[in-house]
Design a protein around this ligand. Structure first.
Ligand code: MN
Length: 503
C-alpha cells in the first residue's frame, strides 16, 4: 500500500516535470525562434495571386512547408541531423452506412501544408538543413474513370504537380516501394504524426515502412507540437478567412435568435443555423451545435437537440461554421419568449460582466490561463453578492465551489480546428496573430438546493472569437448582439416567422 502511494507521488512529480518541460520548449520556440517574424513578413510576402484554395496562395503553402521543416531541423532533437524526412497522411473517408460515407473532412495539418482536400493521399517533405533544399512529394489516388464515376474526380498525379506545386507525384499504391527506392540508407531523421492520426489504414502502411529493418534511417521522431506552433500564429490570409467565418456565423446567430418562439423544437434552431451558414457560403458547421433549452444548458456537450423550447426558459446555442477550412465558435443564450425574467437577467448580466472583465485584461503577454483565473475570481466575487456561498467560506473552498458552477476553461485557441492546436499550453503569452475564444459560463442545476430557488435550472454561456492584434483584442463576432436590451430588441423586431415553422 505504502509502495503504491510512493509510485503515485513519483508519477505525479514526473508528469508535472514533463508538462513544465513541454511548456518551456513551446515558450522558447515562440520567443526565440522568431515565429512572429514569419507572421509579420507574411503580411507582405504572400501577394501571389495564384490561389490553391480560396484566399491562400501557392506561395503561402510553400512557405508553410518550409517553416515546418526549419522548425523540425532546429528542434532540440532535429538539430543533430542534417537530413529530414516528414511524412503525413490525409484523412480517410468515414463510412456512415453501408457503402455511403459521411461528408469528407480533411485532416487539418494535411490541408494546412498542401491545400489538397481529398482523402487517402500522403505528403512527404524531404529537407536538407545544410543546403536548405526542400522537396515536396505527393502520393495520390491515380485517375480512374470507373472509380471516379462513383466517387467523383480525384486530382491525380498531373494536377498534384501543376496545381498543388508538388515537385513529384506518385500513385498511392507505390508509396512503400518508392520510399524504399528514394530514401533508404540515406541517414534521414524521419518525422511522422503518431498521435491524433486521422487515417488508421495509411498509418499502418507508414508504420510498417518505418519499422522495417531494411528501411535504413538515423532516427524516427514524433511530430509533436512543432507544426501546431506554426499554426498558432495566423497569417494575414488566414485572418481574412477566420473573419469571414465569424461574420457568417454571427449573422446566422442573429437570424436564429430573432426567429425563436416558444413551441419550437431545439432541432429547428439547429436547422436554421445550418441553413443560414450554408446559404452564406460556409461548407459545414464547425461541429454539431449545442441547442439546449432550460436545464439542458447545464449539460455542457448536449447535442441531442430534440426537446421542446418552453415559454419562460432560456435557450443556449453553441455553434459556428467552417469557411474554406477556417472555423468560428460562438455561444449565445437568450429567452425563448423574447423577454428575460428578473432572475435570468441577473445571472446573464453577471456572465456578461465577467466576460467584459476578461476582455479588458486580454492583451499581449497575458495568457489564456491567466484570463481563466481572472474569470474564476470575478465569478466568485459576483456570485457571492447573489448569496451563492456562505459568508465565512475560505478562499480555497470558494475556488472549489466556483469551479462547480463553471467547470470549463475560459477559452481555447481557434483556427482550422475548433479546439485548435490542442498540444499547445494555454499558459503561453498571447501574441499578435493568435485567435482565441472567450467563453465564460455559469451553470446552476435545477437540483442544486444550495442556491436561491429562482436561479435553479439556468445555464448561461457567452462566447466570442477574439483576434490578438498589435493594438489589443479585436472581437471578430462583435456584430452579434449580447446586451440584454439588444437581444430583447432583436427578438421584438420579429413580425412573422420568416421560415414558416409551425409551432
Ligand atoms: Mn468554444
Amino acid at each position: 500500500m505504502k509502495r503504491f502511494f510512493l509510485y503515485k507521488v513519483l508519477f505525479g512529480i514526473l508528469s508535472i516535470f514533463l508538462i513544465l518541460l513541454a511548456f518551456y520548449y513551446q515558450y522558447e520556440l515562440l520567443e526565440t525562434f522568431n515565429i512572429l517574424d514569419w507572421y509579420n513578413s507574411s503580411h507582405s510576402d504572400f501577394s501571389d495571386k495564384k490561389y490553391v484554395t480560396p484566399g491562400i496562395s501557392r506561395k503561402e503553402y510553400a512557405w508553410r512547408r518550409r517553416q515546418l521543416m526549419h522548425v523540425l531541423a532546429e528542434d532540440h532533437v532535429g538539430r543533430n541531423y542534417d537530413k529530414h524526412l516528414f511524412i503525413l497522411s490525409a484523412a480517410d473517408l468515414k463510412i456512415m452506412t453501408n457503402d455511403i460515407p459521411y461528408p469528407f473532412h480533411q485532416d487539418t495539418d494535411f490541408l494546412y501544408l498542401s491545400g489538397v482536400n481529398e482523402p487517402d493521399a500522403i505528403l512527404v517533405l524531404d529537407f536538407n538543413r545544410v543546403s536548405s533544399r526542400l522537396k515536396f512529394l505527393l502520393f495520390v489516388k491515380p485517375k480512374d474513370p470507373k472509380r471516379e464515376l462513383w466517387d467523383g474526380a480525384v486530382i491525380g498525379q498531373q494536377a498534384a504537380v501543376d496545381y498543388f506545386n508538388a515537385d513529384e507525384s506518385f500513385p498511392l499504391n507505390s508509396f512503400t516501394s518508392m520510399m524504399q527506392e528514394k530514401f533508404n540508407n540515406s541517414g534521414y531523421c524521419v518525422w511522422y504524426k503518431n498521435r491524433r492520426t486521422s487515417h488508421a489504414g495509411n498509418q499502418q502502411i507508414i508504420l510498417s515502412l518505418l519499422n522495417d529493418t531494411n528501411f535504413k534511417k538515423k532516427a524516427i521522431q514524433e511530430l509533436g507540437f512543432n507544426l501546431q506552433m506554426i499554426r498558432l500564429i495566423k497569417s494575414a490570409s488566414e485572418i481574412n478567412l477566420l473573419k469571414k467565418s465569424a461574420t457568417i456565423a454571427s449573422k446566422a446567430f442573429s437570424k436564429v435568435i430573432k426567429n425563436t418562439r416558444p413551441g419550437m423544437i431545439e432541432s429547428n434552431l439547429h436547422a436554421l443555423l445550418e441553413y443560414e451558414c450554408r446559404i452564406e457560403g460556409a461548407q459545414f458547421l464547425s461541429f454539431p451545435p449545442v441547442v439546449a433549452g432550460g436545464n439542458s444548458a447545464n449539460t455542457l456537450h448536449y447535442i441531442n437537440n430534440t426537446q421542446l423550447l418552453r415559454d419562460g426558459e432560456l435557450v443556449l446555442m453553441d455553434g459556428g461554421c467552417e469557411y474554406h477550412g477556417y472555423v468560428s465558435d460562438i455561444t449565445r443564450t437568450w429567452p425563448v419568449n423574447g423577454k428575460f425574467s428578473e432572475a435570468q437577467k441577473e445571472l446573464y448580466e453577471l456572465v456578461l460582466h465577467v466576460q467584459e472583465t476578461c476582455l479588458k485584461e486580454c492583451k499581449e503577454d497575458v495568457s489564456l490561463d491567466h484570463l481563466h483565473n481572472i474569470m474564476m475570481v470575478s465569478l466568485a466575487t459576483e456570485l457571492k453578492k447573489l448569496g451563492f456561498f456562505s459568508e465565512n467560506v475560505s478562499s480555497a473552498q470558494l475556488q472549489k465551489q466556483v469551479s462547480q458552477y463553471c467547470p470549463h476553461h475560459l477559452g481555447h485557441y481557434l483556427g482550422m480546428d475548433t479546439h485548435d492546436t490542442p498540444l499547445l499550453h494555454r499558459g503561453l503569452p498571447l501574441r499578435p496573430g493568435m485567435v482565441i475564444t472567450m467563453e465564460p459560463g455559469l451553470y446552476v442545476s435545477e437540483n442544486d438546493l444550495s442556491v436561491p430557488k429562482k436561479y435553479r435550472g439556468i445555464g448561461i454561456r457567452i462566447e466570442d472569437d477574439v483576434l490578438i492584434t498589435d493594438h489589443g483584442p479585436y472581437i471578430m463576432t462583435a456584430s452579434l448582439p449580447k446586451q440584454v436590451v439588444q437581444i430583447e430588441q432583436l427578438m421584438g423586431s420579429f413580425k412573422n416567422n420568416e421560415y414558416s415553422i409551425s409551432v
